[in-house]
Design a protein around this ligand. Structure first.
Ligand code: MG
Ligand code: MG
Length: 248
């Protein structure tokens, strides 16, 4: 069942979303050659805790850190560690926070130093796909209108969308119904209504859409080891344009 949120609940979600956005802002400043993903994790965790929120990922199904940091061919769920960022890397940072019982969840992919034009294009197209998807989160549309729009945009540009991981409802839990695939035919699934709160998150690969999970049981990588990018916002469906909750 999809639970529609009251204005007050959406207000709490905006508080969580603002804290996620603040953490992203600090990480963006810190991303440079030689920084470890564990250092980035600490920066985000400090921002979240300083704002009386909880890092939503830490301990989630046993995940050991406050952010997911996924470099190059890593798609999602990379575990922060001692790996240092290198010139030309692209790194996806996914952050979740909870405050007053409500969640925010957002991801960006950032370039490190001089990234190839192909890498920058992958980042740009993935971010654009997110906003194309968000633009479909309109009251009266069907859920899969979001999915279809993202897939067609991405495939038209010559990239592929990950099938094995999807967006989701969000609110009182980090993952609520419905699942939001980044692919599929339009006009399917529940009709969107004001108060629905969704985390839309295209994961876009340069090569095959197929992914595998590494031996750490978390890190998801592309099967062909080509690069992948990821962008995500938590949004609320309104009676007008969708409202992005994970921004400052
Ligand atoms: Mg996320
Ligand atoms: Mg998410």
């Amino acid at each position: 069942m999809i639970v529609c949120k009251s204005d007050q609940e959406i207000g709490y979600m905006k508080d969580a979303g603002r804290i996620v956005a603040l953490a992203h802002k600090e990480i963006e400043k810190a991303v440079e050659l030689g920084v470890t993903t564990l250092e980035l994790d600490k920066i985000a965790e400090d921002v979240i805790l300083a704002n009386q929120a909880k890092p939503a990922f830490k301990g989630y199904q046993g995940f050991p850190a406050s952010i997911c940091a996924s470099i190059n061919e890593q798609v999602v769920h990379g575990i922060p560690g001692l790996r240092k960022l290198e010139n030309g890397d692209i790194i996806s940072i996914d952050i979740g926070a909870e405050i007053n019982g409500y969640y925010g969840d957002s991801a960006v992919t950032l370039p490190v130093g001089d990234v190839s034009s192909e890498g920058l294009e992958l980042i740009r197209i993935t971010e654009e796909a997110l906003y194309q998807g968000i633009n479909q989160a309109l009251s009266g549309n069907r859920l899969s209108d979001i999915s279809h729009c993202i897939q067609s945009f991405i495939e038209e540009k010559g990239y592929s969308v990950v099938r094995d991981y999807v967006g989701h409802g969000i609110g009182r839990q980090m993952h609520e119904e419905p699942q939001i695939p980044n692919f599929g035919r339009p006009g399917r699934g529940p009709r969107l209504r004001p108060g629905m709160t969704l985390a839309i998150e295209p994961m876009v690969n340069q090569g095959t859409h197929e992914v595998v999970t590494l031996g750490d049981s978390w890190t998801v990588v592309t099967r062909d080891k080509k690069r992948s990018a990821h962008f995500e916002h938590s949004i609320a469906v309104t009676d007008k344009k969708p409202e992005i909750l994970t921004k400052i």
